[in-house]
Design a protein around this ligand. Structure first.
Ligand SMILES: Nc1ncnc2c1ncn2[C@@H]1O[C@H](COP(=O)(O)OP(=O)(O)OP(=O)(O)O)[C@@H](O)[C@H]1O
Ligand SMILES: [Mg+2]
Length: 216
């Protein structure tokens, strides 16, 4: 099994890179670097001759930032699409099934779901989200590619809680959590993995070219 090397400090944390065949999730607060990591993964995939599909649900993907990280030539090889409704997100697995891809990214996987939850119909929305995660997991498995999801977190009574609760803790088989430790310092912790011990951490900074390991 070949991991998708992301050329970020997370590769060391993940035993080489993003694992094909499963959902991986990166969760963290605003500005912790989730989208930056997703951009690095997409650039890495196209730089290795693959196809990267980047689905952006919150207008967090800056074309200028993608060019900074990968250069104009690689940036334009990423297939980026903006999704604006939960229904559109739910139709994704069907559409993606026919598409060639070496990585699929959904950033964020929960923004449109959370909006839908606010409209009421909690049970129905949770059922749809569970079904979507199951289909995305099957897509990763049949295509033998990594599928990367991002998830928001919030603090409650001093504790960090993931936005989409249990669903986003169960379906992704790898979970990395980002925290902001100072203005330009971040820490990534491996929270869940099928074959590596969890709890390992790596410090990093967001720099012009992507993410860089830092010692403090
Ligand atoms: N060229 C750059 N050099 C250094 N830092 C940068 C650069 N471009 C963006 N950043 C930093 O990246 C951070 C934003 O990261 P990112 O968009 O990945 O966060 P996020 O976790 O996706 O947040 P959100 O939950 O709001 O989507 C900001 O702190 C910003 O200053
Ligand atoms: Mg983001």
């Amino acid at each position: 099994m070949t991991m998708l090397k992301t050329n970020t400090p997370l590769d060391a944390l993940l035993g080489g890179g993003l694992e094909p065949g499963i959902l991986s999730s990166v969760q963290g607060p605003a500005a912790s670097g989730k989208t930056n990591f997703a951009i690095c993964a997409a650039i890495a995939a196209v730089s290795q001759g693959g196809q990267a599909i980047f689905l952006d649900t919150e207008n967090g993907l800056s074309p200028a930032r993608v060019v900074q990280v990968g250069g104009r030539g690689l940036a334009k090889k990423i297939l980026a699409k903006r999704l604006t409704s939960f229904d559109e997100q739910l139709r994704l697995p069907g559409k993606l099934r026919k598409m060639k891809a070496s990585i699929i990214i959904v950033d964020s996987a929960v923004a449109l779901y959370r909006l839908e939850l606010r409209e009421g119909k909690e049970k129905e929305t949770n059922r749809k989200m569970a079904n979507w995660l199951h289909k995305m997991a099957l897509l990763a498995e049949t295509k033998k590619i990594p599928v990367l999801l991002t998830n928001q977190v919030y603090k409650k009574d001093g504790e960090i809680k993931a936005a989409a609760g249990d669903l986003m803790q169960y379906w992704p088989k790898t979970i990395v959590q980002f925290e902001i430790t100072s203005l330009n310092s971040r820490v990534a912790t491996l929270l869940k993995h099928r074959s590596l011990q969890s709890g390992k951490r790596v410090r990093f900074r967001i720099v012009e070219k992507g993410l860089k390991k830092s010692l403090i």
